[in-house]
Design a protein around this ligand. Structure first.
Ligand code: 5GP
Ligand code: MN
Length: 334
């Protein structure tokens, strides 16, 4: 977005009454943090803002301020559709293609005539937005929302709730400030957020020291299932629906487990395959190091996408076939 876009949007916001803010399906810390952070900011501009998530957010994010006010499209489609129809402006955060909200909500979004604002850091954005702030060099959408508010000239309006939401997404998307896109600017943004009152230990405890016993046992199972493919510098983890059931799986319990596959010396590409019987798919997460491009890998072979070092996709084959396909692709691209 150019200076002019910010000026135009700023002007538009002074007369806008109703806004909807949307994260991607299966929202993570960055998706929920950025949408709720923007929601609190728009409310301060006296705008009636509603966050509409395609489906439920995980329990480990339920403590975020006003998370319980999120409207869930797939649970209450009629209510959500009505709010969408009445909105004058629609923000899409932490995704850049309608299909990332799922089939049902994605089709609805494609019918809407209102202007869209995109704030996102994934590869290859679709051109649906009137205002498009897309930057793949960014650590997180939450960092972008901070820059967005600053560029509108409203940095002084960032308060405790906005800062807490934005800090949360920066922490989760940077793997607690470890991933390569964590820049000096990211740290400066974080410093400013702490000056606004963020209590980092409160956020960390809510995110990471709030696990059920069963979730840790599931992690143990996942680590036992970790398989190395040293000839391809790769590794993978599988979790079947039966295994998930055995450990009373709840949404969010597998978050972050994929990263363990990269902790083994010599491994620069890893995947986790998680069976979802209800949706009839294997959901896949990929992680890589350096210039190993898992966005391209997920896009080419598993109907997905994301970032160069962190991407996702899915498979409609069974677990065995999906893992076999993964290994065959590694063999052929060796
Ligand atoms: P995760 O593995 O943590 O679910 O996702 C890693 C990154 O890839 C996130 O930025 C996420 O938004 C993106 N991603 C995950 N699944 C998909 C998918 O199926 N399609 C696309 N385009 N991106 C995905
Ligand atoms: Mn993100």
């Amino acid at each position: 977005m150019q200076t002019n876009d910010y000026l135009n949007l700023k002007k538009q916001l002074t007369t806008t009454k109703k806004v909807v803010i949307i994260p991607h399906r299966n929202p993570d810390g960055d998706a929920m943090g950025s949408t709720l952070g923007l929601y609190f900011f728009l409310k301060k501009l006296n705008i009636d803002a509603t966050v509409i998530a395609p489906n439920d957010f995980p329990e480990f994010l339920a403590w975020l301020p006003d998370a319980n006010k999120t409207v869930i499209y797939e649970n209450t489609p009629e209510k959500a559709s009505k709010i969408l129809d009445e909105a004058e402006l629609i923000f899409t955060l932490d995704f850049n293609a309608f299909h990332r909200t799922g089939d049902v909500m994605g089709q609805k979004l494609a019918t809407l005539q209102q202007p869209f604002v995109m704030i996102d850091h994934h590869e290859l954005p679709d051109p649906y937005a009137t205002y498009m702030y897309s930057d793949t060099s960014m650590s997180s959408t939450c960092e972008m929302v901070y820059h967005f508010i600053s560029n509108l000239g409203y940095e002084n309006m960032v308060d405790y709730n906005i800062a807490t939401c934005l800090y949360t997404g920066i922490v989760t998307d940077t793997g607690s400030f470890r991933f390569p896109k964590t820049t000096s600017t990211t740290h400066r943004v974080v410093a400013n957020l702490i000056d606004k009152g963020v209590e980092s230990d409160f956020v960390f405890n809510n995110l990471y020291n709030n696990s059920t016993y069963a979730r840790l046992q599931l992690l143990g199972k996942a680590l036992q299932n970790l398989t190395l493919l040293p000839e391809y510098h790769a590794s993978y983890i599988t979790l079947t629906q039966d295994e998930l059931n055995q450990f009373n799986f709840e949404k969010g319990d597998t978050e972050g487990i994929v990263n363990y596959g990269l902790q083994v010396k010599g491994i620069n590409l890893t995947a986790i395959f998680i069976e979802n019987k209800q949706e009839g798919i294997i959901k896949i997460s990929f992680r890589s190091r350096g210039d190993v491009d898992v966005n391209a890998f997920a896009r080419a072979h598993f109907n997905g996408g994301g970032h160069i070092n962190a991407a996702g996709g899915k498979s409609v084959d069974n677990m065995e076939q999906t893992v076999k396909k993964f290994i065959t692709i590694l063999e052929s691209t060796k």
